[in-house]
Ligand binder design. Structure first.
Ligand code: UD1
Length: 363
């Protein structure tokens, strides 16, 4: 059986890694990896392949950056001949980035079976490009692998036939479980001179937070104020770096340690021992919940509400004072015990492969 995975952007890679490993363990499956090139900086891509021990992609489409239409169209044009030539039995797409939707569309139109890993997440916020990608990718997919029961319910409410939906669990947590011992051994906090539990990790990259100068300025002010009390480590996404440069701040932001984007292990090592995480990332909401680390998500909504109901996540508006108040109020979240979430157990990829190879059902 030939299975093909299409990935392109940073959050895809930690979802691909456990699926690749689970496929490799079977021994009777040819797994072809296609990298669209949506993310291309070594720190945003190669570093993750190396750390997560993902084999080199057999095909690299070299798409790069562009407007949503240009990027999505370029993936489609360059992927189509690859899929036509290889005619895989199944095309796996991951998450909600532009490469995900583009690949699902090409696969579906060629009559190939499409499997969506991380199906059914919904923020209800149609202004988010990722929400459009999620809804359309799910509509185009034949096999929908949901990370939570909430995600299953979202799909059922949209009229997706139940026999297409599999509650496989969370593949992000598969990677976390596999890599946590190595991440802890790395002891990144010591490397950055901060004591466990006494520092804050910040990441911001969503267009809604960084593209508007006023919003970004307010967020940096909040971090500057918090940094006067607690060390802050802020690995900066290229989009955010560019926007910060555009602000032409008179003086550098004090009290915040800006870093280049970090690899998976170093990020996990820092996050696992952080006192608080302030982010707009999707993955970090889940990782902090699993780790029991308090998290403030700077967004009006989330496609991962389970991290708020059962986990350590709390939504906070992109406003200086709201963030300061929520961060100082963190003790309440910190005291909450960790609740294990169903099928966030390190075995989601194994279930996905059982569905594909043995037609198993996971309801
Ligand atoms: C994309 C995803 C987002 C995900 C994020 C993780 C979409 C719609 N968005 O957003 O869901 O959370 O990845 O990182 O697919 N750039 C570089 N080097 C790179 C990649 C990007 O410098 O390797 C810069 C370019 O200026 C580019 C900008 O970042 O224009 C945005 O990149 P893009 O892939 O369009 O979206 P992200 O903001 O990374």
């Amino acid at each position: 059986m030939r299975v093909l995975s299409v990935v392109g952007a940073r959050p895809n890679f930690m979802k691909l890694a456990p699926v690749d490993r689970a496929l490799a363990r079977r021994g009777d499956i040819e797994h072809v990896i296609v990298h669209t090139g949506q993310h291309y900086d070594p720190a945003m891509s190669d570093a993750f392949f190396a750390e997560l021990r993902i084999p080199r992609p057999q095909h690299h489409l070299g798409v790069g950056s562009g407007s949503h239409a240009a990027q999505t169209a370029a993936v489609m044009q360059r992927l189509e001949p690859v899929l036509e030539q290889l005619r895989p039995h199944l095309v796996f797409v991951y998450g909600d980035v532009n490469s995900t939707l583009a690949a699902a569309l090409v696969g579906a139109k060629l009559g190939l079976r499409v499997g969506h890993v991380e199906a059914g997440l919904r923020s209800g916020d149609w202004t988010m490009p990722e929400e459009i990608n999620r809804v359309l990718t799910d509509r185009l997919s034949d096999l929908l692998f949901a990370p939570s029961r909430e995600a299953v319910d979202n799909l059922l409410h949209e009229g997706i036939p139940v026999q297409r939906i599999y509650f496989a669990g969370n593949v992000m947590i598969d990677s976390l479980v596999a890599m946590l011992p190595a991440a802890r051994a790395l002891d990144a906090p010591a490397r950055y001179g901060v004591a466990p539990g006494s520092y804050l990790v910040a990441t911001l990259h969503r267009p809604s937070n960084v593209d508007d100068a006023g919003t970004l300025r307010g967020l940096l002010e909040a971090l500057e104020a918090l940094g006067a009390e607690t060390p802050i480590i802020f690995p900066v996404h290229p989009r955010t770096r560019e926007r910060i440069q555009c602000l032409q701040l008179g003086s550098p932001v004090a009290n915040v340690r800006f870093l280049e984007p970090l690899g998976y292990l170093e990020t996990l090592s820092l996050v696992a021992s952080a006192g608080l995480v302030i982010t707009d990332s999707g993955g970090l909401q889940e990782e902090t919940t699993y780790l029991g680390v308090p998290c403030l998500t700077v967004r009006p909504n989330t496609e991962r509400p389970i991290t708020c109901h059962l986990g350590t996540n709390r939504l906070v508006p992109a406003q200086r004072d709201a963030i300061l108040a929520a961060a100082r109020d963190g003790a309440e979240t910190r005291a909450r015990p960790r609740v294990p979430i169903e099928r966030w157990d390190g075995r989601a990829a194994e279930r996905i492969v059982q569905v594909v190879c043995e037609a198993k059902r996971f309801d």
